[in-house]
Design a protein around this ligand. Structure first.
Ligand SMILES: [Zn+2]
Ligand SMILES: [Zn+2]
Length: 345
């Protein structure tokens, strides 16, 4: 069978590999159909593994953690997951927590320091057959393959809004209109919130409006627009998905007194903040990472309810044979690309 193997940093080769036999105990064998490429894939692809937990052997690795697949061999039952039947379409919750550490004991496995991720520490979806632990497999019913591989990024958005304690009717400013920002906007609107989307790229602001944003602004025009939009109070909730370090201080200025800021975007850069703003405004600054199994199940319902609108996100498709080209294209960050999908089987 074919697999796109990241052999060493920057080197992805599509080659014939032996693949799994029958499913081992507690595992399921699936046939990946569609795999979304994500900004976080570039770290492993380019050798920037410092951001990944633990010092482990990362290469060679088959990448791909946003996976739509069909069940080929459901194995001996699915401890911790729902029972899946042969032929079912599934999404993969890519997280394998240790179950013992402090966050795991707090039911927050998404920040387990020992977790392993499908497509990072274990082989992922960029291959024709894949064996995964049964607990990672979620039946998506009649969802199509593109929508199914978007369940994973959507679960990141669902988790962020659960961390945010979002209320219906609230005004939310979402920084960034990439896949995570647009998923956050969709999830917020789905819960009855009102969204102002912030992005420097005009085509992304247009897409945000098509997905239900009430308003959209460039980072430069935001301060004035957001004040007007909220009647001078500032938004009660700001969600940062852009990964720009400078957004946090801007969000602290912008957010309402007693408001919340959720930081989802990853950045290794620094930005100065004024600690006095925390007590003065009594704001909550909340981190959000990955998603729990509960968020993942909620994301399936979210994507299913919004599948027609979300279809606009899948801007480019590449075959598995062209996976390396897909990565190169994605890493050049073309402004018209939103979600780039590798179609596998
Ligand atoms: Zn991702
Ligand atoms: Zn743990």
């Amino acid at each position: 069978m074919l697999a796109a193997v990241t052999r060493s940093p920057g080197e992805m080769v599509v080659e014939d590999v032996s693949g799994p036999g029958r499913a081992r105990a507690g595992h399921v064998i699936v046939r990946p159909e569609a795999v979304g490429i994500c900004g976080s894939d570039f770290h492993l692809f380019s050798g920037d593994v410092g951001a990944l937990s633990g010092a482990r052997d990362f290469y060679p690795r088959v990448q791909g953690h946003e996976v739509s697949a069909i069940v080929e061999d459901p194995g001996d039952g699915t401890p911790g997951g729902a029972t899946v039947r042969v032929g079912a379409r599934v999404a993969i919750w890519p997280l394998l927590p240790c179950g013992r550490c402090y966050p795991c004991r707090q039911d927050r496995p998404n920040v387990c320091p020992n977790f392993r991720l499908v497509g990072v520490h274990l082989d992922g979806g960029l291959q024709e057959r894949l064996e995964v632990p049964a607990a990672t497999v979620f039946d998506v019913g009649d969802l199509d393959p593109d929508s199914t591989c978007f369940v994973e990024p959507a679960s990141v958005a669902v988790h962020a809004l659960n961390r945010a304690r979002l209320e219906p009717g609230e005004q939310v400013v979402v920084f960034g209109a990439g896949p995570i920002g647009l998923a956050t906007l969709t999830a917020a609107v789905h819960r009855g919130a009102r969204v102002l989307s912030v992005d420097p790229v005009a085509s992304r602001r247009d897409l945000a409006k098509r997905l239900g944003a009430e308003a959209a602004a460039t980072p430069q025009e935001l301060t004035e627009n957001a004040r007007d939009w909220t009647g001078g109070e500032g938004p009660p909730l700001v969600v940062e998905t852009s990964g720009e370090a400078g957004v946090l201080p801007q969000a602290m200025d912008l957010v309402a007194q007693a408001g919340r800021i959720v930081v989802v975007g990853m950045s290794s850069a620094t930005a100065p903040v004024r600690p006095g703003a925390f007590p003065e405004k009594e704001i909550d600054v909340i981190g959000s990472s990955c998603a729990t199994a509960g968020d993942f199940a909620e994301a399936i319902r979210l994507v299913a309810a919004n599948r027609t609108a979300l279809a606009a996100l899948f801007s480019h498709h590449f075959s598995l044979a062209r996976a390396a080209e897909a990565f190169e294209f994605a890493m050049s960050r073309p402004p018209d690309a939103v979600k780039i999908v590798v179609t596998v089987n």
